[in-house]
Design a protein around this ligand. Structure first.
Ligand SMILES: NC(=O)c1ccc[n+]([C@@H]2O[C@H](COP(=O)([O-])OP(=O)(O)OC[C@H]3O[C@@H](n4cnc5c(N)ncnc54)[C@H](O)[C@@H]3O)[C@@H](O)[C@H]2O)c1
Length: 281
């Protein structure tokens, strides 16, 4: 990749998935610019740490603009990992998880060149958002202030705002892909299922302990942050050079396993055998 010499911007690098990703990238010899509301240890000498830590509030346009002023071209990648759970106020959740992500990504558009890669982090929770295409479209195309007004018009609680914010990331993906495609940069999305990070207790509060437990019961456990970091690292790499414009659910098979269970239950209720793997033999 021609942009390979440039650093990768990683938002949310102070904790959880973003920290795991930053550690992976630096271990692989790639320079990382951390963007987070909290400072991230910078590398000194041969030690661990990111090349540069920029403290930025992704809920605040001015803070993002000030941060953009400190990032030089060329970059080889951008991973938008930072996020707030639904235990926070709805306006902050919408701002950090979608508006700030979009503003930063568009602001770095001209600093990524051919061979570059952008990853947006959403969530499997996006699919619980009931908003229709037209309503999503109106928010995605609005400026920051208007988008916030539209997103808050039904007075969503934090959880509803979280699901909407993540759905908006999915909805924006095609437009972002087309925009960056023109300059040879790929854009993909990663949607994690429950992952063992400091955010998980907040999810248990805002989404319900039962829902999170069902996920662990179905799959066997929650993801480790490094497992999600590995997926993002792959999408940032040349190995993923022909993958563009997709949402990759990283849920350990949760969605498919639950669908299989529902299908099996329906088959049994209809008088079929409950045995797995015997159909058609
Ligand atoms: N952990 C999960 O179960 C899970 C599941 C699905 C999706 N996700 C998504 O993965 C991403 C990473 O989450 P995580 O689990 O690593 O959580 P985390 O809390 O460990 O990390 C989130 C990071 O975002 C940063 N951040 C929060 N508000 C910010 C702001 N205003 N400005 C700048 N940075 C800010 C935090 O400082 C932190 O470093 C989030 O987008 C989250 O929605 C997580």
């Amino acid at each position: 990749m021609s942009a390979a010499l440039g650093p990768v911007v990683v938002t949310g690098a102070a904790s959880g998935i973003g920290a795991a990703l930053a550690a992976r990238l630096t271990a692989a010899g790639r320079a990382v610019i951390a963007v987070d509301i909290r400072p991230v240890p910078e590398r000194t000498g041969e030690g661990a740490g990111v090349q540069r830590s920029l403290v930025c509030d992704l809920a605040d346009r001015d803070s993002i603009d000030a941060c953009l002023g400190q990032i030089d071209a060329p970059l080889s990648g951008l991973a938008n990992v930072a996020g707030l759970p639904g235990s926070h106020p709805a306006d902050k959740v919408l701002a950090v998880n979608f508006l700030g992500l979009k503003h930063l990504t568009l602001g770095l558009h001209d600093r990524l060149g051919p061979g570059g890669s952008v990853v947006l982090v959403s969530s499997i929770a996006a699919h619980r958002c009931p908003w229709g295409e037209a309503a999503l479209e109106s928010v995605v195309h609005a400026d920051w202030g208007h988008a916030l007004t539209l997103g808050l018009k039904d007075k969503p609680d934090g959880r509803t705002a979280y699901e909407l914010s993540k759905r908006l990331v999915h909805h924006w993906l095609p437009e972002a892909t087309a925009l960056f495609h023109a300059q040879g940069v790929r854009v993909n999305c990663v949607s994690p299922g429950p992952t063992e990070t400091p955010i998980l207790p907040d999810f248990k509060t805002s989404m319900g302990e039962d829902r999170i437990q069902v996920a662990a019961d179905t799959v066997g456990r929650h993801a480790a942050p490094d497992e999600i970091g590995a997926v993002i690292q792959f999408l940032l790499s040349d190995q993923a050079g022909w993958i563009n414009g997709i949402d990759l659910p990283a849920d350990g098979g949760l969605h498919t396993l639950r669908a299989a269970a529902v299908r099996r239950t329906a088959y049994t209720a209809a008088g079929g055998s409950a045995a797995v793997g015997t159909a058609g033999r």
